[in-house]
Design a protein around this ligand. Structure first.
Ligand SMILES: [Zn+2]
Ligand SMILES: [Zn+2]
Length: 85
């Protein structure tokens, strides 16, 4: 049995996630996300997909990166020419 480090649930199906050499134990993906997912620097949502990393911050999408002045991030080929180079 292993106890979830977020909610404390002692669950036989608990699983481990290793990040930067540290092993974490969770009973659900919800708890794993709560503990480990990066948070978008602009809108504050959890970054569950690949997300965007720029200048030491995480963003959920190019729009949020743009809102913080990171104009070189693009998520749509049609938007490339709209960016200052
Ligand atoms: Zn939990
Ligand atoms: Zn965002």
């Amino acid at each position: 049995m292993a106890r979830c480090e977020v909610c404390g649930n002692d669950y036989e199906m608990a699983f481990q996630v290793i990040t930067a050499g540290v092993t974490h134990t969770f009973d659900s993906f919800e708890c794993a996300v709560h503990k480990l997912a990066p948070i978008c620097e602009h809108c504050g949502c959890k970054v569950l997909g690949h997300g965007v990393e720029a200048r030491g911050a995480f963003y959920c999408c190019a729009h949020c990166a743009h809102a913080r002045g990171v104009m070189e991030i693009v998520d749509n080929a049609d938007h490339v020419h709209a960016q200052p180079s």
